[in-house]
Design a protein around this ligand. Structure first.
Ligand SMILES: [Ca+2]
Length: 126
């Protein structure tokens, strides 16, 4: 396959900064298997709510989260909620958060399995 792009677009792509910062991959099955969905962001300082984890809402069993950007100048924390719009539906359910460099979690058999519906990122410069 030959990829033909105008030289101006190609130059823009090649010179674009590597803005990728935090990444999270959510898996439908335990042990990081099954249907997956990935979100990422530039890691600019501030907070953002990802109000619904479709297409695997209420079906997540494991995850991998990367908190730093490539240059390690930005770190993010991620917090998961059992209801959409970064809310919890009941008092006996506590949001769960990670800020570590690389976080992996296997939720099989825990209260978090098949219940996560949204997440929030909190990012800052380091
Ligand atoms: Ca839920």
């Amino acid at each position: 396959m030959t990829l033909k792009l105008p030289i101006s677009i190609l130059t823009t792509i090649l010179l674009a900064p590597s803005a990728l910062a935090w990444r999270v991959r959510l898996y439908k099955d335990a042990n990081y298997e099954g249907t997956q969905a990935t979100w990422s962001g530039p890691g600019g300082a501030g907070t953002a709510c990802f109000g619904n984890v479709n297409p695997i809402n209420n079906e997540i069993s494991s995850l991998k989260f990367y908190a730093f950007n490539t240059e390690r100048t930005s770190q993010c924390c991620i917090t998961f909620y059992d209801s959409p719009s970064c809310q919890t539906k009941s008092g006996d359910w506590s949001p769960i958060a990670w800020c570590n460099d690389v976080s992996i979690a296997n939720w099989k058999g825990t209260q978090y399995q098949d219940d996560i519906s949204s997440f929030r990122t909190d990012c800052y410069s380091v």
